[in-house]
Design a protein around this ligand. Structure first.
Ligand code: ADP
Ligand code: MG
Length: 240
């Protein structure tokens, strides 16, 4: 589905990603954990070219996407992204938030997009919120809508950057359960999170990013029961 080859990213003289080579298969759920500032968000943002790699390649569905002639908007339509801060448009209703991109990009008529929005709202358990404004909703509801908005374009890959980190604790579960359902439906997912339960339960592979490299990766069971890297052992001892 998506592959990085010796991916590096430098800001000024700070080498944030120091060579990441990863192969993510269709249907995989890759969970990324690691200390703050280690490059997790930068890695995710390089996958959909919100950040331009300094060197190395990103290959999506068999095609190198960090190349001059690639239409990056076209590529991004195939990838949904969900951020820590939900980034909904505050002056637009929930329905408008969900239908804006597919209609503007001429993927659907307004009617088709409205029907899709209705279906997605049902799926995330908020069928009666189409006409609400984001500010009227709880953080957990807003994040579920941000997920629905990302799904409206029928992406092949979903990227999540700490989707529950800005939520009050009682709302974390409702967002994780939507993500879990999405995983069960077969979506290919890359998820940066501090939710170790989710990593264990949903991840097909867990990566530990530390100082800009993948310092360890394994199946969740091995990753959590027999971490090899001392810095991962230390990290886990603090978060578990
Ligand atoms: P993480 O998501 O693991 O907390 P980030 O990928 O956000 O880490 O950041 C990694 C490092 O890169 C940090 O030191 C951060 O300050 C730096 N960084 C991220 N984005 C930028 C940017 N646009 N300009 C300069 N430095 C940045
Ligand atoms: Mg981050």
């Amino acid at each position: 589905m998506i592959e990085t080859v010796n991916l590096k990213k430098t800001f000024g003289d700070h080498e944030v990603l120091r060579g990441i080579s990863q192969h993510i298969e269709k249907g995989e759920k890759v969970v990324i954990i690691g200390p703050s500032g280690s490059g997790k968000s930068t890695f995710l943002r390089c996958l959909n070219l919100l950040e331009e790699p300094t060197s190395g390649d990103v290959i999506f569905e068999g095609k190198k996407i960090n190349a001059p002639k690639v239409d990056i908007d076209q590529v991004r339509q195939r990838m949904g992204m969900v951020f820590q801060q939900f980034n909904l448009f505050p002056m637009k209703t929930v329905r408008q938030n969900i239908t804006l991109a597919p209609v503007r990009l001429k993927k659907m008529t307004q009617e088709e997009a409205d029907a899709r929005a209705e279906e997605l709202l049902k799926r995330i358990g908020l069928p009666d919120k189409a006409d609400a404004y984001p500010g009227m909703l709880s953080g957990g509801q807003q994040q579920r809508i941000a997920i629905a908005r990302a799904l409206a374009m029928n992406p092949d890959l979903m990227l999540f950057d700490e989707p529950t980190s800005a939520l009050d604790p009682e709302m974390v579960g409702e967002v994780l359960s939507i993500m879990k359902e999405l995983a069960e439906d077969g979506m290919t997912m890359v998820v940066v999170t501090h939710e170790m339960g989710f990593a264990r339960e949903v991840g097909s592979r867990v990566l530990f990013i530390d100082e800009g490299i993948v310092a360890e990766e394994n199946t969740p069971y091995e990753f959590f029961t027999s971490p090899q890297n001392p810095r991962l052992q230390d990290f886990l001892s603090k978060v578990l």
